[in-house]
Ligand binder design. Structure first.
Ligand SMILES: C[S@@+](CC[C@H](N)C(=O)[O-])C[C@H]1O[C@@H](n2cnc3c(N)ncnc32)[C@H](O)[C@@H]1O
Length: 594
């Protein structure tokens, strides 16, 4: 196997939190809410457990004419503490790998960086054959069908992009941001479909946090509102009546809805390439220990409707249990998760991971100083001030120099920030390599922040700059980093989480790359990575595990989507190669005199 397909673009640097998901403030009734009629699908016989105390007011909402795609065994409930939410209303468990929702988002847009490499009609990335819109010259399509399907919206977008581009002070800002373009698409569709349509009602029923926008987000909202007005060729929000916007407050409402209800549009291998809005997915509340994930696996069965979002179950979800996804990166420590949740989504999370006391959070841990195999929590300033430094959970040994550990974590975070923003890949690569070895020598476990994030970044940098020809040394180093990253993720994420599954795919594929110059003697027993047939066997076993996890995180019915297809092909190749090796070994044994 060659390594060409391992190379992936470095993730867009313009990633902002609002793309990670879908909003705050209890859902209140008002003119924007849908008209509700009697609940035609309520299963009166379902045994629903008593809601927890803080949700004592939790009640089932009738769906009315909205959310036609919602299966009857899912219920929308509402509470004063967390607004509307989605629940398993059936009488059986939802199992890991079950796809509970499969839908094309109401609207999606590609990030500017991906406009020329992905189709704006289906979000696919054909190896060749993308054709540019001859009007705006910014948007590309893979087929005329995709272009024709997108034309009713793009004809308006096309002119808006051209006008924007003509006024842009530099080439770098000649295309509006994905947020502005996505809001433009929403507003053109509102105008075309009419404010009374179900589509528009579903968009308008999404939660808005306009009345409680966090102070740190006000400037961003204002800037976005001004850009949207300009993009639509208007000079003030009051000129947007045709789009259902009667005042500046209505526009801020729409922007707030957009920010808190948007999910990241990702490739089948989880690279974020844009933003997507689906009012059904937006009904799902947050937990840092989610029981579902949203993925875009691109399965052959859905090819006509792509991009299709799948909401896949990660665990058993019992009847009467809430469906919960994560709006933030759950590998981050609690303080960083809570910061995003407060600033962007206006709530404090009280999930198990956020309220757990005692024990060691694998995201913030150092190995026991006595190397007993246990771990100690990373000390914090307040622990230190109150003289409350916890020791190893196994043997009780105390960290030798808590200040030094805290310093090293701080330095690691600064280095991560710097390396993520460096334009020069080689500089970024040597920075990540150096800081990783400092953090490892300070005893941080691979699941600890920022070591885990640095391992991922370093792996991406190594792969994107593989030398030609590839050397054994670089390949082995990349495999070791990938292995550490995968081990780190396994300490935090459930089996079957798509991020964990993808890390196994990447590790397995690296192990399957032909060794440029295999050592003449086998590496020492137990050293990693092995060589020759042992390496092929490790690749095969890693990809088998990856496949099992893909069938959960990307949905059993999709068979892992595009990534699953690739893994199956590699497994077949590896089986053949392993067979050749064992035949050779058998022949040698038979030819050798006893
Ligand atoms: C995408 S919306 C989720 C659906 C929303 N509850 C509704 O009524 O439309 C995100 C918003 O829901 C609320 N929310 C989500 N998860 C929550 C949680 N775990 N605790 C409290 N509020 C939550 C927050 O107000 C958040 O900004």
């Amino acid at each position: 196997m060659s390594f060409a397909d391992l190379k992936s673009k470095r993730q867009s640097k313009s990633r902002r939190t609002y793309v990670s998901c879908p909003s705050d403030a209890p859902h209140t009734s008002g003119p924007l809410l849908p008209q509700v009629i009697a609940d035609p699908w309520a299963n009166k016989d379902a045994q629903l457990p008593t809601p927890p105390d803080d949700n004592a007011d939790l009640h089932i909402l009738p769906r009315g004419d909205l959310y036609k795609e919602l299966p009857s065994w899912l219920a929308v409930r509402e509470s004063t503490s967390s607004g509307r939410s989605l629940w398993n209303h059936g009488s059986t468990n939802i199992r890991p790998g079950d796809v509970i929702l499969s839908l094309r988002p109401h609207v999606f847009t590609l990030s500017t960086t991906y406009l020329d490499s992905h189709c704006s009609g289906c979000a696919g990335s054909p190896v060749s054959g993308l054709k540019r819109c001859t009007g705006c010259r910014k948007v590309w399509y893979c087929t005329s069908t995709c272009q024709n399907n997108d034309w009713p919206t793009h004809k308006l977008e096309c002119t808006a992009i051209q006008n924007w581009s003509a006024e842009a002070p530099s080439d770098k800002v000649s295309v509006p941001s994905d947020a502005v373009r996505c809001l433009g698409r929403i507003l053109w569709r509102i105008r075309r479909r009419g404010v009374g349509s179900i589509w528009v009602k579903e968009i308008q029923a999404m939660q808005s946090n306009r009345k409680s926008i966090h102070p740190s987000a006000v400037e961003g909202h204002t800037h976005l509102a001004q850009s949207v007005v300009r993009y639509l060729g208007a000079s003030s929000p009051t000129e947007l009546e045709d789009y259902g916007i009667m005042s500046a407050a209505d526009l801020v409402d729409l922007i707030s809805r957009f920010i808190i209800n948007t999910v990241a549009l990702t490739t089948p291998s989880l690279t974020p390439i844009g933003v997507a809005v689906s009012p059904l997915i937006a009904l799902i509340n947050h937990s840092c220990t989610p029981n579902v994930v949203v993925v875009f696996p691109r399965s052959r069965k859905d090819s006509r409707d792509e991009p299709v979002a799948k909401v896949a179950a990660l665990r058993n979800i019992a009847p009467g249990e809430e469906i919960l996804m994560s709006y933030v990166d759950t590998t981050l420590p609690k303080s960083l998760r809570q910061m995003t949740l407060t600033e962007t989504y206006n709530f404090q999370c009280h999930c198990k991971a956020c309220t757990k006391s005692g024990g060691v959070d694998p995201r913030e841990a150092v190995w026991c100083p006595k190397a007993c195999g246990g771990t100690c929590p990373i000390p914090t300033e307040s622990n230190l001030a109150e003289n409350r430094i916890s020791g190893c959970t196994n043997c009780g040994a105390a960290i030798n120099d808590p200040d030094a550990v805290m310093d090293v974590v701080r330095v690691g975070q600064e280095a991560l920030h710097k390396a993520t923003n460096l334009q020069d890949n080689n500089k970024a690569k040597s920075l990540t390599a150096n800081i990783i070895s400092v953090l490892i020598s300070a005893g941080l476990t691979p699941s600890t922040h920022p070591l885990l994030a640095l391992l991922k970044l370093h792996q991406t940098l190594l792969i994107s700059s593989f030398p030609t020809p590839l050397t054994q040394e670089v390949l082995n180093e990349t495999i070791r980093i990938s292995g550490k990253y995968s081990v780190g993720l396994s300490a935090i994420l459930d089996e079957g989480h798509p991020v964990r599954a993808m890390s196994l795919v990447e590790l397995g594929k690296l192990l399957a790359v032909d060794e440029p110059s295999p050592p003449t003697s086998q590496p020492k027993n137990g050293s990693f990575p092995p060589s020759g047939p042992a390496r092929l066997k490790a690749a095969y076993e890693t990809l088998l595990r990856a496949r099992k996890e893909l069938l959960i995180g990307f949905g059993r019915q999709t068979e892992g989507g595009e990534v699953g297809d690739g893994v199956r092909e590699t497994l077949v190749t590896l089986e053949k190669e392993l067979e050749v090796w064992s035949t050779r070994i058998r022949n040698v044994l038979e030819d050798t005199p006893s």
